[in-house]
Design a protein around this ligand. Structure first.
Ligand code: DAH
Length: 337
């Protein structure tokens, strides 16, 4: 029995040492543990003297095997851990999603490039305006119904300088003329605000591009040439332009500008209500009072101004049928640009 115990010990330690993985190590340990158990169960047949000697030895061997088993096991778990931390630098990385400019902004950039090509500078102004720049200086009398058409959000009720969210980009004409000497050739892209009931073609905030060209001899013909060239480049096709008389307090004469329909090329369709024309902007010859309010002598200078509802332009270009799509952050829409 003594010899058998020595044999179990030698074999177990050797096998444990040379085991290759945790699974085979467990099997080896179980096998030798069983052998030891059968020795313990045979001890009843021994004399009390032998029992003492063999018992002590068997326990020593059991301990030695268990210690060797535990050590080896620790080794394996450590190795496994290093295995799981292994980092393969050759695996392609996960792609981070990259955003892009909003379609309105992309189109503004495009418009800026076209106007820059015709010698215009890009100017910006504040979205939070005061009543004087937004209305009075632009020749809207205090009680004129044109103010009502541009109902907006008044944010501070100061008696002399009432603040409001600008209803159009036209007040930047005043700001620019007060700060700079003519001649002028500017466009003003920006966000504007109105108190509107929202639907497919109305939003409480939207975009405009204002234009102003002032020099010694500027006529409606210059305006027509500039706007025709802009339409041609922006819509990338030949267009016809027509002017209809209209009213704006800050221009005289004033007109609405129509472009031949982009869908039916002027034949008449549902987009243009069978007229063949699409209304695309308001414009006119700068009113002498506006010049006076901006410190410019109306006897020396003349010019034209215009204002484009930019959201509508982008909707026409990309055949978008609801203005709200620009503002609800739906990625299924935005990802198409
Ligand atoms: N500011 C006008 C509006 O929002 C648009 C406009 C019309 C601008 C005629 C102009 C202009 O500069 O000359 O309705």
């Amino acid at each position: 029995m003594n010899k058998k115990l020595e044999l179990i010990k030698a074999e177990a330690l050797r096998e444990i040492e040379s085991s290759k993985d945790e699974n085979s190590l467990n099997k080896i340990y179980k096998k030798h543990f069983k052998e030891l158990s059968s020795i313990f169960s045979q001890m009843g047949t021994l004399s009390p003297e032998e029992k003492k000697v063999i018992g002590v030895k068997a326990n020593e061997i059991k301990q030695a095997i268990t210690i060797s088993f535990e050590n080896k096991k620790k080794n394996f778990t450590k190795k496994d851990k290093t295995n799981s931390e292994f980092f393969d630098i050759t695996i392609p990385g996960k792609k981070t999603k990259v955003g892009h400019l909003h379609p309105i902004t992309q189109a503004i950039n495009e418009a800026e490039n076209i106007f820059r090509g015709m010698g215009f500078s890009i100017v910006e102004g504040p979205e939070l305006e005061d009543e004087w720049h937004n209305f009075d200086a632009l020749n809207f009398p205090e009680d004129h119904p044109a103010r009502e058409m541009q109902d907006t959000f008044f944010v501070k009720n100061e008696p002399k300088k009432r603040l409001l969210m600008r209803t159009h980009t036209s007040p930047v004409q005043i700001r620019y003329m007060l700060d700079n000497k003519p001649p002028y050739r500017i466009i003003v892209p920006g966000r504007v605000f109105r108190n509107e009931a929202t639907d497919a073609s109305h939003e409480v905030n939207f975009h405009q591009i204002e234009g102003l060209m002032v020099d010694k001899e500027i006529s409606v013909a210059n305006f027509k040439a500039v706007i025709e060239e802009f339409c041609r480049e922006f819509f990338n096709r030949d267009v016809k332009i027509r002017l209809r008389p209209s009213f704006f307090p800050f221009t005289e004469p004033s007109f609405e500008v129509d472009m031949s329909c982009s869908e039916c090329k002027g034949k008449g369709c549902s987009l243009c209500s069978q007229t063949g024309w699409l209304e695309i902007l308001g414009a006119g010859i700068v009113h002498p009072s506006v010049f006076k309010n901006s410190g410019v002598d109306p006897k020396k200078w003349q010019g034209f101004a215009f204002g484009l509802g930019w959201d509508r332009w982008v909707m026409l270009k990309y055949k978008i049928n609801d203005i709200r799509l620009f503002y609800n952050g739906d990625l299924r829409f935005l990802n198409q640009f």
